[in-house]
Design a protein around this ligand. Structure first.
Ligand SMILES: Cc1ncc(COP(=O)(O)O)c(C=O)c1O
Length: 389
């Protein structure tokens, strides 16, 4: 007589829980996944409240928009809530059309994702084979390395020179090794966390040297804030260089970090391959509406840009007064050097309700990054920083 099914299920369950520890189970993962380091996010307001319960908390640690969310976005999302029972348009047609119009490209040249984090991973998933080389910079956003390592690619890191991207070293990294050239290059422009940028001429120079078989992914998450005249007109470079992909986000200037929306612009054929690996509904209904409303709210965008400009001048003047060395920025944050371990200093600031980012996880243990906030937030930051110094 066969045993009743319920009993046999129970036997398997108890055997598996007693025989395996979590570490054993992790060994089932691909070796490249076992070696991945989890993303280190900035500290949240809830975290700091639970740990220190200060009187007031100001968060300038994750480069979010200090003005919050556009009222037009709130209205659009609220109106769309009643349709939550319906699947969204899996191709995000209206949103991609709005982005295409905004950027003067064709909708087929635009893909959208659950934050630009997802876009970076989708590009890697579609194009990287194990062992192929990916060139990235040191002291930059972690997700380029993460995306490459997820696909078991080989990561080649280029050192910064005078805190800037070393474009000659990027070009040298294009040389074949054992007959193969790199498959992908990532450039963060402006760079998180240093805030400086690669110029149009520098990017064009690299693209001219790069074979079409190597994809150049330029992450312009902070490009909206750049005011330098020689900041790359990256979309114009695409005409001659179809291997260029530009990734952007709604998390910064458009104030949608919590909703998650990123996009990329590139050659239509190239991005079609990327779409094959996306999940069917990767950008939800509310986010699609939010993105369209955010693009249309030029008053909010302009106010955000002005706030950033003024705040930059205010923080720079404050850091000068404190005699702290900082890097010139084209983004919505400032990277500055501190005279003691940044992790400790940031912890002291957190006790006082001021959240900024120590840059140890970016390989810069004596540096901090502060998001440019409103006048009032910046004043609080500078006052508390002076205290803990
Ligand atoms: C350089 C850079 N790229 C991409 C992202 C991720 O943006 P998203 O929120 O769209 O995933 C960030 C987030 O901080 C970033 O700093």
């Amino acid at each position: 007589m066969p045993k009743p099914p319920s009993k046999s299920v129970k036997t398997i369950a108890s055997a598996s829980t007693s025989a395996y520890s979590p570490a054993d189970l992790l060994k089932l993962a691909r070796p490249c996944i076992q070696a991945l380091k989890p993303y280190v996010p900035g500290r949240s307001i809830d975290d700091v409240r639970a740990q220190y319960n200060p009187e007031r908390i100001v968060k300038l640690g994750s480069n979010e928009n200090p003005l919050g969310t556009s009222p037009r976005v709130v209205k659009a999302v609220t109106a769309a809530l009643t349709d939550s029972s319906l699947y969204p348009d899996g191709a995000s047609r209206a949103l991609r059309q709005a982005l295409a119009t905004h950027n003067r490209v064709k909708p087929e040249q635009v893909i959208v994702g659950n934050g630009s984090d997802e876009i970076l991973l989708l590009i890697a998933l579609a194009y990287l084979k194990p062992g192929e080389r990916v060139v990235i910079s040191e002291n930059t956003f972690s997700e380029y390395e993460f995306s490459g390592r997820t696909l078991d690619a080989e990561i080649v890191k280029i050192r910064l020179q005078d805190y800037r991207y070393d474009m000659d070293a990027y070009a040298r990294a294009l040389r074949p090794v054992k007959g193969a050239r790199p498959k992908m290059m990532f450039i963060c422009n402006p760079n998180n966390p240093t805030g400086n940028y690669v110029t149009h001429a520098e990017l064009e120079g690299l693209l001219k040297k790069t074979p079409k078989s190597c994809l150049v992914v330029v992450d312009e998450a902070y490009g909206d804030y750049a005011t330098a005249r020689d900041f790359p007109r990256s979309l114009a470079l695409m005409k001659k260089h179809p291997n260029l992909i530009v990734a952007r986000t709604f998390s910064k200037l458009y104030g949608l970090a919590g909703l998650r929306l990123g996009y990329a612009i590139g050659d239509a054929g190239l991005l079609t391959e990327t779409l094959r690996v996306k999940t069917p509904f990767n950008v939800n209904l509310l986010v699609q509406k939010a993105g369209i409303a955010a693009l249309a709210d030029t008053a909010f965008v302009n106010k955000s840009l002005t706030t950033n400009e003024k705040g930059r001048a205010q923080i720079e003047a404050g850091l000068q007064k404190l005699k702290l060395f900082y890097l010139p920025t084209q983004a919505n944050f400032i990277c500055f050097h501190v005279p003691r371990p940044a992790v400790e200093l940031c912890e002291d600031l957190m006790k006082r309700g001021m959240i900024i980012r120590p840059l140890k996880s970016f390989g810069l243990p004596d540096w901090c990054r502060v998001t440019i906030g409103t006048r009032e937030q910046n004043t609080f930051f500078l006052r508390e920083l002076a205290e803990v110094l």
